[in-house]
Design a protein around this ligand. Structure first.
Ligand code: PFF
Length: 459
């Protein structure tokens, strides 16, 4: 049997897991949801979701990975031999691959927009034309394909180098860079004239906008943002060593992810208010990142062209590295699975994943152009991938993980893992078990029903 690699340091492990969590979800969904659903009121609810659900489920995933030191599919088989729980692990591998197939499309767009911003393409473009620039780009059969393949190759290079020399080393370089970029962009943005209106909009608690649906939306967002339910964190935890404090690591990752999400709001809203765009009409998702924001940045910093170039390039580069570190974690789930289950060398396994995800990614990408009329359940191929993984696979897997750890797993395993074999006190174990047994499954069940539209009466 070949020896399995581990992360070489605690910091490396935290930064890699934080790299998985901090991604497109932080930048394009969180700030807008906050803005539209009561500002600070939404932030409070989101933070509650992270504390009550996010941290315990993340700890559950960490426990499964670290205890078994195997890929996600095998982890469940080891913990529950001869049972159907193996399907939860397999679902994690499948969902990870599925998400990567469409995530890489947007990863490619971020690269393209970084180059557009760096070459000052947005200078002097009338506001209405940003929509056309984007529409022309995504519907072109070649350009987005080339960028997504470049993005996948970058992911491939890191994953194929292994844990310590690839993922850990890369995370240690790129994550501090990401934090610096976030801080610099926040400082630039809050110094703009009129920024205080944006800050007020973002932070003014307005509980009248908080409905049942908003709360369930906050839970769903917390899930996606923390990379829960997809096998990523379980796979990364399989490389944690026996001294890694699982509880503390989960708290650190959740804090980093939430701070970056809130700071993304501080980058976006001051600029938006600076030029007087109606924030209620901003849409989450691609149109925010690739249509509204280039215009907003251009207008905000246009008086000093050099600053406009610098700010937008830094912003798109930031999204690109956030997307890249998340894509790496998704890639690793399937690569680890192939290495261990099919006994292939890492570089071949990584090549298979890169090949499959790039090929399916191209099909998703073409659904904005030549394949736009090809619909699955009335959705474009891209939307179908996004909908089914985020709204169905992810909550289902999250619910099963909490039931597995809360109800099925032997309490001794929990004590052994959370206390590092008695090294730590871990007095919180009964609370975590209570949440995983009773609160998480019910809460996630409600999120699932909400996302399936069953709760349409909740306004
Ligand atoms: N957490 C990432 C984001 O916020 O964009 C997305 C993601 C990455 C989801 C990895 C799931 C995952 F396994």
């Amino acid at each position: 049997m070949t020896t399995r690699e581990n992360f070489g340091s605690k910091l490396g492990a935290i930064l890699a897991a934080a790299g998985s969590a901090v991604g497109l979800g932080n930048v394009w969904r969180f700030p807008i949801e906050t803005g539209q659903h009561g500002g600070a009121a939404f932030i409070c609810i989101y933070i509650l979701c992270i504390i009550i659900l996010g941290i315990p489920i993340m700890m559950g995933e960490f426990l499964i990975g670290r205890h078994t030191h195997s890929n996600t599919a095998r982890a469940y088989q080891r913990l529950a031999p001869g049972t159907q729980w193996k399907w939860v692990g397999r679902l994690g591998v499948f969902t990870g691959t599925f998400i990567l197939c469409y995530y890489c499309v947007i990863g490619g767009w971020t690269l393209h927009y970084t180059t557009l911003a760096a070459t000052n393409t947005f200078d002097g473009v009338p506001p209405a034309e940003f929509q056309d620039i984007f529409a022309l780009f995504v519907s072109n059969p070649w350009m987005p394909t080339v960028w997504l393949i470049i993005f996948m190759l970058m992911t491939h290079v890191v994953v194929s180098r292994g844990i310590q020399h690839g993922i850990e080393r890369f995370s240690k370089i790129i994550m501090p860079m990401l934090f610096i970029l976030v801080v610099v962009l926040v400082i630039c943005s809050v110094c703009l004239p009129g920024a205080s209106n944006g800050i007020r909009f973002l932070l003014m608690p307005d509980f009248s906008k908080v409905t049942g649906k908003v709360v369930l939306g906050a839970m769903g967002q917390a899930f996606f943002s923390l990379s829960l339910g997809m096998g990523c964190l379980c796979t990364y935890a399989s490389y944690f060593n026996h001294h890694t404090n699982l509880g503390r690591t989960a708290v650190n990752v959740c804090v980093i992810d939430t701070i970056v999400a809130i700071m993304a709001g501080f980058i976006i809203f001051p600029s938006v208010f600076n030029i007087g765009v109606d924030a209620d009409h901003l849409q989450a998702g691609p149109s925010l990142l690739f249509i509204s924001l280039p215009n907003v940045f251009q207008k905000s910093f246009g008086a000093v062209p050099f600053l406009a170039i610098l700010f937008s390039t830094a912003f798109y580069f930031l999204i690109f590295i956030a997307a890249l570190t998340s894509a790496i974690s998704l890639h690793e789930v399937t690569t680890a699975f192939i290495v261990e289950e099919m006994k292939l060398k890492r570089r071949w396994a990584a090549l298979i994943v890169t090949g499959i995800c790039s090929a399916v990614g191209v099909v998703c990408s073409l659904s904005f152009g030549p394949l736009k009329d090809m619909l699955i359940f009335d959705m474009s191929i891209f939307d179908f991938f996004d909908y089914i993984s985020g709204n169905i696979f992810l909550p289902v897997a999250g619910m099963l993980i909490s039931i597995f750890v809360g109800w099925y797993l032997d309490r001794h395993i929990l004590i052994e893992e959370f206390s590092n074999n008695g090294e730590l006190r871990a007095r919180y174990i009964p609370v975590i078990v209570f949440i995983l047994r009773y609160i998480a499954p019910v809460a996630i069940g409600l999120v699932l029903l909400n996302q399936l539209g069953v709760f349409s009466f909740l306004v």
